[in-house]
Design a protein. Sequence first.
Length: 619
Amino acid sequence: MKSSRRNFLGSSAVLLGSRILEVLTTPLWRWTGIPVLQAATAPHPEESLPVIFVDVAREAGLNVQNVWGGIKHKKYIVEAKGSGLAFFDYDQDGWLDIYLTNGDRLPGEEPYPDGKTPTQHLFKNNRDGTFTDVTEKAGLARSGWGTGVCVGDYDNDGWDDLFCCYWGHNVLWHNNGDGTFTDVTKKAGLWEERVRWASGCTWIDYDRDGFLDLFVCNYIELDLEKVPAPGQTGYCQWKGIPVMCGPRGLPGGMNILYHNNGDGTFTDVSEKAGILKPGPRYSITAVSYDFDNDGWPDVFVAVDSEPSILFHNKHDGTFEDIAVMAGCAYNEDGQEQAGMGVGVGDYDCDGWLDIFKTNFTDDTPDLYRNNGDGTFTDVTFVAGLGVNTQYVCWGAGFMDYDNDGWTDIFHVTGQVYPEIEEYHLDTQFTSPRLVYRNLGNGKFKDVSKDMGPGVNARFASRGCALGDYDNDGDIDALILNMNDYPSLLRNDGGNKNNWIKIKLLGTKCNRTAIGARVRVVTGQHAQIDEVHSGTSVMSQSDLRLHFGLGQAKQADLIEVKWPTTQKVEKFTNVEANQFLTIKEGAGIIKGEKYKPPKTGPTASKDAAPPKTKPAGAGS
């Protein structure tokens, strides 16, 4: 039997002090041999902190109900797919605001809940745990089937812009920097006369020229007049029940790559870049990360009912789909799955980014462990993630909910066929959220039932975004619930461990610093993450990077690798529980120290942290 790399490292001899120092001070991307830190362990409590999630959406002012197709019956697949949402700081005040997508109803369906045509919504964070709807003022009150969303400063003017996917016509919203947005879709060269069903999107500087390019997933070429009626074909039934048709039996869409010309306009380079070579696929969610640590961003696409895609960046403006060879196109049995959501993170802290993908009911999710060479092994069952197969799974992400330094997994669920409620099957249209705790040994434990009412409440959820909306040092979750109000799950208790949060500002690279990699070392424990756009299901999470530090009172080393120049900046002995702003070439330009409230663990959590000088020096 061939010994695995992990087993080999686990049985290696104790490292000498000089070797440990060498490893801790050498960037992961410069290592030429096996990253020996993989064998080292950080202090990890046997039992997790008492953390619960509480849904505070309504008291926070998120009072807009989602509208998405029929409620009791769905005739067409567009009514079942749903959409995403976003956490993003549109006004650059240091507090996460919220963007909610919305949909429509088809003729003959239930009326709108308030009698008005639904629109997308922007909520401004009031910094006190509440939000104000500023949609009209911001100029974002657009109706239609809004599906996916991704955030990035495409023109490097210092304000993050918003790209929104639609079944219809996509929209690029330029952030004017004064609280308003302007539709620049046609001006930017992103308008198409034809109707397409775009799903997920991700901003990516694939040629490292300092300007963000745009990757857009297209799901199905949907013509309602050509879709069979529910139950009419084998692709229009589920467990003997007549249901809406698809995706099988319907024509797939073609993904698109737009190159940023550096002047506010884009050019479709899909064919030239090799994006069209895989052919039509039922693509849903795209994520961009450097999976093989070669300094160039790749793209992974979760595909419904077909093999997933991994576009490897060939450094010359072109990509090659290597998903089959890399081991992440199928599950470990060689079966294609109904891929929905994607989370990316280094769950085993070996310096290589792993992939978590959610799928349809009667199937498991996938945990693809990076083998350290850009290929992957499906370790779903070994890691203990094959325990829940009864749910349709959607938005997902890695999040260190208890700040112990090991990133956990959070994802949402929800059926697509409301008709099942009439047949009294062993499944329901609504279902709970799922949380898997990282045990620090390559395995996860399902702790969902212990995570409080926010996790155990049942909805037909779709998109979710992760971020610290109340700036209290632990990760919260924002969830879109189909034909219902959104959920805002406040994390209570995660900040009892220490943490560090980092906002990056690019100068030579793109201003949002998408693609920048950060490495944080505490003792013999090293974590990495990258600033990323998109992920989950058609959603955008906090662009700030969050690292749990456990009981460590400081980060011994923080390294930032900037994507355009590949230059590495180092900062040592950085005090814990800080919000850091690091600017390319200028170091730590801002540090805000969080002080917990004196009135209790959940009261006044949203008070602004006082400004202090950042602890730690850069080099």
